[in-house]
Design a protein around this ligand. Structure first.
Ligand code: GRF
Length: 217
């Protein structure tokens, strides 16, 4: 059992830019997050997030999905890569792959994801363009526990942003990302401090069942 005096061992999975990874690194170095990032794994060899990790001396591994013929084989390799580290938490930070049930079951209740929409609206890809096409006036981001349902696990915290009339998917994405960098460290902090858990009924924060996600304000 990890308490607030020890640092929670964490592995972070990425596929791209790694700006959420950067926010987590920054908040760890600032003392906000009582975690130790043991390893950053990317399925994409060119992911800029790998450089971000290396710049601060965090171990990195590339596990390229193209080298595997099945999703199951890839996830088995991922499980083997992670197992020796024995992490307490897996953080999906822009990891653009669907994980198999076997993997999800192994880390059930100990794996978080961030998604650029106000879930349960807009699971899946291209959320910003879909928000604009629908004419929504409010958009945002969600941090949730990972379950077998894609982007469907119990939601912990959300942040909202306004949608402006002249927004493009890019301007909207940038506005959402600013909020992502706030709510992901917050959720990870709660988990690292032992305040956050996944129960059969949903998310427990300070032993209270959340009837709705926390809204960042
Ligand atoms: C973020 O919008 C995240 O919500 C989504 O993928 C994007 C990753 O961005 N899952 P970055 O790699 O953290 O910059």
């Amino acid at each position: 059992m990890t308490n607030i005096l020890t640092k929670l061992p964490v592995i972070i999975l990425i596929s791209g830019s790694g700006s959420n990874l950067q926010a987590i690194i920054d908040q760890t170095n600032a003392g906000f997050l009582p975690i130790q990032v043991q390893l950053v794994i990317s399925n994409e060899p060119t992911a800029y997030g790998i450089q971000r990790a290396q710049q601060v001396g965090i171990a990195t591994q590339i596990l390229e999905h193209r080298n595997f013929t099945t999703r199951q084989a890839y996830d088995n390799a991922l499980l083997e890569l992670i197992a020796p580290y024995d992490p307490e938490l897996i953080v999906l930070a822009g990891f653009m792959r669907i994980l198999t049930s076997n993997f999800v079951a192994r880390y059930q209740g100990r794996m978080l994801n961030i998604h650029p929409s106000l879930l349960p609206k807009y699971p899946g890809l291209n959320t910003h363009a879909r928000v604009l096409a629908a004419g929504d006036t409010v958009h945002g981001a969600s941090v949730h526990f990972v379950t077998e349902m894609l982007d469907g696990g119990p939601i912990i915290i959300q942040a909202e942003v306004p949608v402006m009339p002249d927004d493009s998917p890019e301007t909207l994405a940038a506005r959402v990302l600013v909020k992502e960098h706030l709510i992901y460290p917050q959720a990870i902090k709660w988990f690292a401090e032992g305040r956050l858990a996944l129960a059969s009924q949903g998310v427990l924060l300070d032993k209270q069942l959340l009837t709705r996600p926390v809204i960042w304000s």
